[in-house]
Structure formats: C-alpha cells, structure tokens
Design a protein around this ligand. Structure first.
Ligand code: RB5
Length: 152
C-alpha cells in the first residue's frame, strides 16, 4: 500500500496535479509536491527527475506525474533506475500497471484526461496491488535491460 507519494508536473498540468493532490491527501496518503506550482513555461524533465529520485531513493513509495500528454514526463521518469512509470488514460490500464507491471509511478496528460477521470484512474491505481507470480521474471527482465542492455 502506498503511504507517501511524490507528485510532480509541468506548467500545463498544475491544476490537475493539485486536484489529484487533494484527493490523495483526503485518502490519508502523505504527498511530497515537487512542483511546479507556476503556470510559467518550464521543462518537465526537471520535475520528473526530482519525483522519480524520491521514489528511487525510497523517500516515497510511488509517484504520480502530469504534463500535457503524460508522455514527456513519463519518458523522463523512466530514465531513472528502478522507475517503472506507466502513462495511462483509462482505469483498466492503471489497475493492470500495478498488478502486472508493478508500476511505481503513474503519469497522466491534462490534455487527455479530464479531472474526474483522473481521480478514478488514481483510485484504480492506488487500490491495486502487484500480483507477483508469473509477472516477477518479466519485471526482472526489465531491470536486466536497464542494468546491462541484455536479458539473461
Ligand atoms: C508542454 O506544452 C507539453 O509539451 C508538455 O506538457 C508535455 O505534453 C510533453 O510531453
């Protein structure tokens, strides 16, 4: 169960980040907000890196990222070792990203999902647990690619 989450966004997604932050805090989950908190144009990799490092270092159990599409900020987060960030725009993928892929970060696009769908997506993601079992070797292969560029 996630007890402490890292949240981050770029200028495009400040409102969605804050909307999700309110929901997450209402669930009793602690939030570390890595910004941005300004509508001034900024570079999403900076915020992705800060939040992803907090997850990698164990300061946070997981994280949720936001940009225009969710794509740029997830791509940046996925460059941090140990991060498995799933960019999703539906509840099913959000749930399965936890159950099958052990996604430790979630990303959404404010130009893709509306605020209420975003909350449902977060709800499905937070309520789901990694199922282990047959998924373990596959997730391990992802780590091997990250470590060595090879499998096996
Ligand atoms: C900013 O305009 C936009 O490019 C950014 O929020 C994001 O969608 C990138 O993937």
């Amino acid at each position: 169960m996630m007890k402490k989450l890292a949240l981050a966004c770029d200028h495009a997604a400040v409102d969605l980040k804050n909307h999700v932050k309110e929901y997450v805090e209402k669930r009793g989950i602690e939030v570390v907000d890595f910004g941005t908190n300004s509508y001034e144009r900024c570079d999403y990799p900076i915020y992705a890196l800060a939040a992803a490092n907090a997850v990698k270092d164990g300061e946070c159990d997981g994280g949720i990222l936001f940009c225009g599409t969710g794509i740029g900020i997830s791509l940046a987060a996925n460059k941090v070792k140990g991060i498995r960030c799933a960019v999703v725009s539906d509840c099913y993928s959000a749930k399965l990203s936890r159950e099958h892929n052990d996604a430790n970060m979630l990303a959404m696009g404010t130009r893709v999902v509306g605020p209420e769908l975003a909350l449902l997506i977060v709800q499905h993601w937070l309520d789901a647990e990694y199922e282990y079992g047959i998924h373990v070797p596959r997730v391990a292969m992802i780590s091997q690619i990250e470590e060595t560029g090879k499998i096996g």
